[in-house]
Write a protein that binds this ligand. Sequence first.
Ligand SMILES: Cc1cc2nc3c(=O)[nH]c(=O)nc-3n(C[C@H](O)[C@H](O)[C@H](O)COP(=O)(O)O)c2cc1C
Length: 324
Amino acid sequence: MKKEISRKFCVAPMMGYTTPYARKLYRILSNKSFLFSEMIATKSLIYSKNRENIIDNDCDNPVALQVGGSEIDELIKSSQIAIDYNYDEINLNVGCPSKAVQKGSFGACLMKDKLLVRNCIEAMQNDKIETTLKCRLGLGKELNYEFFEEFIDEISKTGIRFIYVHARNAILSGISPQANRTIPPLSYDFVKRIKNKFPDIKFIVNGGIDSLDKAEKLIKEFDGVMVGRLIKNNPFILKDVDERIFKEKKILIDETIIINYFKYIKPKLGLESIFRLLSPLLNIFFSVPHSKVYKSQINVYMKNQKINLIEKLLIKFVNEKKLS
Ligand SMILES: Cc1cc2nc3c(=O)[nH]c(=O)nc-3n(C[C@H](O)[C@H](O)[C@H](O)COP(=O)(O)O)c2cc1C
């Protein structure tokens, strides 16, 4: 059975960042945000020996597994894996413009072939899990609403209920994936028009949401927001989301956050690099004055894999700085 879950505030999938460890931290900081994995190529998902570490879901629901792929049999298997690992949603990436992804025939280049995307979604659909899409507005330098509407019209035939739109085009050659997040202009207006045209689909708007004020404003106009770089740069913003967006209790930054996080990562030491385990939490220093001494001491401890000492130091840090 699919659960009804709020997607009012989603944390965007980000390769190299929305790892199981980052998601653990995000969940400690916000009970209500809807989380995403990094994009995982279907082949890695199915064949990687490291699958446990890549897609571990330690009850961090609500959470979506994002996949990249266009091979029908692999997509069917991926859905089953998402169910087995207790994800609430499987999401198809049709927005990534990188060369490597194009070579594998997935990501944004799939927007050229709306029928194939429809077939992919239909293959992934399953009574036990929500199947969704993350796409751009279109391809190339020119914005073209008709292209976007025809694309969504084809996808709507699958009965899809949620589409996340990174509200700018993807440019498939000549600029980097990073530049593809700033150079093509944003058009929230296209998302508004498409939302009015397809009232049975919920559209979650993404791109350029750089403050909780902006998120709050856009939530009133769309079915939800998806926020990427704001959270990547400072995950601790999430501590205000439950209170501001969901009118629930504020999450306080205290030593329990550190203790809960270390409880999750400690057993993984040896299976994962200490940097990958700790990097989400180290954003705690973001714009906190006089934290240099702590940072350099942690660097020394990291080199020596002294995880218990790092935990102690971070507890001292939150108690001393009173971050809430
Ligand atoms: C480092 C990084 C990695 C990303 N990886 C993915 C990914 O794996 N899948 C995806 O759909 N989008 C990915 N994106 C795009 C984001 O999900 C989002 O669409 C984009 O950053 C725009 O949102 P923002 O302006 O809130 O950051 C990535 C973005 C960044 C910054």
